[in-house]
Design a protein around this ligand. Structure first.
Ligand code: GLA
Length: 376
């Protein structure tokens, strides 16, 4: 199945862990529509780990939904999600158990894929815990890739092996449409920064058909959920969201979308940032800072309509000026062109600049521009 743009949606894990049930899913579906997220492009509602009973049905061998969490079964939930015009996602794992110790799909791949198809699942996140030592993960991702194709339903395959084994170099061959490229995110500035830094030299492999997934966003969580998460401020959430957009990553929300505040809703529905993320060519950005300069990221991305996007991220603890030299983007001063900038956060005019740009960026924050090449 050809997935042309980085998937957008919501996933239960970051905020809710094992505290999931049908009420949460149905309320989240309602919230996705009512808050304007659906109109902004968010479509997948994904139930992560912890949805099943601890053991398979001894007679059928099938995974069984936890009757306390999902008393009407998964088809009921899936029908509800679909009735709101959304798509329904679920979770399994290539090992014998899932990461939270529920039954995994190892050696049950084809049966489980058929079961997910019966539920009406449109998207499967497939994790990497409790693999038998003899089982090679490349083979196991291929197996589920093939099982999903045999299931009789179009199901987006979301591989989650945390970037192990140079995942970018082989994952497309398994039928996956997105691949987790790092370990789990936590709701701290260090976590999203380290994740973004770790992928800067690997974005060339991410393209329409199969996208680099830097994990669910923690935007809007403010420290709720996820053990080990102290939370971030709004400047960090702006930076995290904009980095994911500049890197053409899937935008899977991890906050409680039923009760997000206005700043969060505005940020994650920002049409200009979403356009940058969803650009049909998904070209990797060029980085304009010097090597080893870890306290800033200056990213410049070619967009398919002829414009460019420029994101300046101050990853340090001090407010300061960030300077970029246009020569590094491909534009020598001698060419006679300039860049005309529009700030994507507030639509303000960022001026027309030749040769270089100097912008004041507060600590943890960012500035993102839509850029037009002009002949002044
Ligand atoms: C792994 C994944 C997480 C989440 C948990 C669930 O850690 O990387 O995204 O799915 O498992 O147990």
């Amino acid at each position: 199945m050809m997935v042309k743009r980085p998937p957008m949606g919501f996933n239960t894990w970051n905020t809710f862990g094992n505290r999931i049930d049908e009420k949460l899913i149905m309320e989240s579906a309602d919230a996705m529509v009512a808050s304007g997220l659906k109109d902004a492009g968010y479509e997948y509602l994904v139930i992560d780990d912890c949805w099943s009973k601890y053991e398979r049905d001894p007679e059928t061998g099938k995974i069984v939904p936890d009757p306390e969490k999902f008393p009407h079964g998964m088809r009921y939930v899936s029908d509800y999600v679909h009735s709101r015009g959304l798509k329904f996602g679920m979770y399994s794992c290539n090992g014998v158990r899932t990461c939270a110790d529920y039954p995994g799909s190892f050696d049950h791949e084809f049966l489980d894929a058929r079961t997910f198809a019966e539920y009406g699942v449109d998207y499967l996140k497939y994790d990497n815990c409790y693999r038998p030592g003899s089982a090679d993960q490349r083979t196991l991702y291929r197996r589920m890739g093939m099982a999903l194709r045999a299931s009789g339903r179009d199901i987006v395959f979301s591989a989650c092996n945390w970037g192990q084994d140079d995942v970018w170099s082989w994952i497309r061959s398994t039928g996956a449409s997105l691949y987790r490229s790092t370990g789990d995110i936590f709701d701290t500035p260090e976590s999203y920064r380290n994740i973004a830094r770790s992928q800067m030299d690997k974005l060339g492999a991410s393209a329409p058909g199969c996208f680099n997934d830097m994990d669910m966003l923690t935007v809007g969580m403010y420290g709720k959920g996820l053990v080990g998460s102290t939370g971030c401020g709004d400047a960090d959430y702006r930076s995290q969201f904009a980095l994911w957009c500049m890197f053409s990553c899937p935008l899977m929300l991890g906050c409680d979308i039923r009760s997000m505040n206005d700043a969060t809703r505005k940020l994650i529905t920002n049409p200009e940032l979403i356009r940058i993320d969803q650009d049909e060519e998904a070209r990797p950005p060029i980085f304009l800072q010097g090597e080893g300069e870890n306290d800033r990221i200056c990213a410049f991305k070619f967009l398919s309509d002829g414009d460019y996007a420029l994101g300046l991220f101050n990853l340090s603890e001090e407010d300061r000026d960030l300077v970029v030299l246009f020569n590094d983007t491909g534009l020598p001063a001698s060419a006679g062109y300039a860049f005309a900038l529009t700030n994507v956060f507030d639509g303000s005019d960022g001026g027309v600049h030749r040769e270089h740009l100097r912008v004041h960026v507060p600590a943890h924050d960012c500035v993102v521009y839509r850029v037009k090449l002009v002949q002044p």
